[in-house]
Ligand binder design. Sequence first.
Ligand SMILES: Nc1nc(=O)c2c([nH]1)NC[C@@H]1CN(c3ccc(C(=O)N[C@@H](CCC(=O)O)C(=O)O)cc3)C=[N+]21
Length: 293
Amino acid sequence: MTHVVIDGRAIGRVIELEIAEQVADFIQNNGRAPCLAAVLVGDDPASAVYVKNKHLACERVGIESKLHRLAGSTSEEELLDLIAMLNDDPAISGILVQLPLPSQIRSTYVLDAVHPLKDVDCFHPENVGLLTQGRPRYLPCTPHGCLQILHRTGLSVAGKHVAIVGRSDIVGRPLATLLSQKDSHLSPEICNATVTLLHSRSKNLAAMTREADVLIAAIGKPKFVTADMVKPGAIVIDVGINRLPEGLCGDVDFDSVAPISSYITPVPKGVGPLTITMLLQNTLAAARAQIGL
Ligand SMILES: Nc1nc(=O)c2c([nH]1)NC[C@@H]1CN(c3ccc(C(=O)N[C@@H](CCC(=O)O)C(=O)O)cc3)C=[N+]21
């Protein structure tokens, strides 16, 4: 079967052009640019790459970005103090606390402390609640990236069986919420899915993934999804980013799965770049929200 390898980087660049135009309008009307504050605690090399990619993406669309680098030994209280300062600073539109945080810091406490209007990750319970009720303030970046990939490739999930492997608060669960909702802000084709949310305790996992028209892998296990788990002709979206000695790889065994898929996202240059593009969109939305737009 012929399959299409979806170019997430190219889709991201198209959306960036749209965002750049809106950022230019915002600057013209308000005399200043939206500004993202990124907080990086410790020196995890992968986190450093992501934060740098986010900074470069902000530059491309005209969003300002300020990086706050804290030592790996930073206390929860010190981090909360910084967040309180960023919450109160009218020059800051959005706040991103890069995960994972060092073990002495309780992520939940810290993420709950970010002002809901500045919560560009959509991790705050108020924003998760709004999302769940179908009236989102912000969409979480990686799930939104997956929706955009489907939408901009002209694919549909309406009425189809979507299997998501992985129930994380950051990807799997919000994605299941969005895809199964009655309405979509993007298009009627990107909602109304029948969603199966699979996880480490699921029995007969492969039997269920094989039933899926759209299979989304977000479990953080390198090459977990193999050809025998995929229905021929399925759309396969790989959210995983794993660092192996031989390089980056996703949660899908690309070489065996690609030939039986109809559409598949690669790693890198699949969902990853879209995650960052959607962060830019949320930062612009946050800047607007703060001036009551
Ligand atoms: N508060 C918070 N928000 C996040 O959104 C968040 C986070 N913490 N912690 C880590 C994960 C992971 N994540 C990625 C972002 C960009 C790429 C990305 O740019 N990927 C490129 C390549 C990157 C590379 O070379 O490593 C690609 O797939 O082509 C990947 C993964 C955001 N996350």
